[in-house]
Design a binder for this molecule. Structure first.
Ligand SMILES: [Zn+2]
Length: 291
């Protein structure tokens, strides 16, 4: 979710500590790790940065998202020392530090599945790993579990991967969906509010029952449906306002989104007004490209 790069990790840690004191529950929920054991082989580690998933197979574990440095140390201790599984394969959903910043903590880590755009950003920040670039679908067979990994389209960034645990009908979305939070659009990392609804529409065609979002507790299909409806309605209302010749500020004042329930703002990263402004700019840019 957060947009700081790995090279800013010290400043990030200080900022997080200050925010944790200052802003109460939302940030404490972001920092605190909650382990949820789904069954003998599957666990979610919510918080401590982005959510993580651990799927064990034999003496090994497949890990999705490694959190930021401090939380990844605890995650590694839990999986490697207490659960006695070695993490030999991992996937990072995107390049943001709260999801991928802890890669250095996992010694003996083998291949790391990643989108090439996310890999380039992490490499620019000095992060090294045995990367495997993924864009189209790639399938892992881990004992009797099938995990499908692919890039479903642009939204949060232009380098997000999702994973689908086929037999469990479980989708891992990274920050393409966070539980009832305002969507964070990282424009510098290729994020695109206009493309996001189409990406979600593709995900909704999957036969999933539960999703592990980038942040917050596990969700059902309804959360993706709500986010898709919100972005679709936003595009429509902003388009109508622009057709009346309004400026960006007037568009912000005009768009009501009365049918859309409020989403929780993300401190310093996302709120309703910011999303409207980004949609306004994206639609104007698309129109000027066509002209
Ligand atoms: Zn993110």
């Amino acid at each position: 979710m957060f947009l700081w790069s790995a090279s800013l990790r010290n400043r990030f840690t200080i900022a997080v500590c200050v925010l944790a004191v200052a802003s109460g529950c939302a940030m404490q929920r972001f920092l605190r790790v909650e382990e949820r054991q789904i069954d003998a082989r599957l666990r979610f580690f919510l918080g401590g940065g982005g959510n993580s998933l651990v799927l064990t197979h034999g003496k090994q574990a497949f890990l999705i998202d490694v959190k930021f440095a401090g939380a990844s140390k605890s995650l590694r201790h839990r999986v490697e020392t207490e659960l006695e599984r070695s993490v030999r394969r991992a996937m990072v959903t995107h390049s943001h530090f709260d999801h991928a910043g802890g890669l250095d903590e996992f010694r003996n880590l083998g291949p790391v599945l990643i989108h090439p755009n996310a890999r380039q950003r992490l490499e620019a920040d000095g992060v090294r790993a045995q990367w495997i670039d993924v864009e189209g679908p790639l399938e892992l067979q881990l004992e009797d579990e099938v995990v499908r990994v692919w890039h479903p389209g642009t939204g949060h960034t232009d380098g997000d991967l999702v994973a689908y645990l086929v037999h469990r009908k479980l989708l891992v979305t990274g920050d393409l969906v966070s539980a009832d939070m305002e969507p964070v659009i990282d424009v510098e990392a290729g994020g695109d509010v206009l493309a996001w609804a189409g990406t979600l529409k593709g995900l909704l065609e999957l036969d999933f029952v539960t999703a592990l979002p980038g942040h917050g507790p596990p969700i059902g299909r309804d959360t993706l449906v709500r986010l898709h409806e919100y972005l679709t309605l936003l595009e429509r209302e902003v388009s109508v306002a622009q057709q009346q010749g309004l400026s960006e500020d007037d568009v912000v004042a005009k768009v009501s989104l009365v049918e859309t329930p409020a989403l929780e703002p993300v401190p310093f990263a996302a709120n309703r007004e910011k999303t409207i402004r980004l949609m306004d700019r994206a639609l104007r840019a698309r129109r000027s490209t066509k002209e």
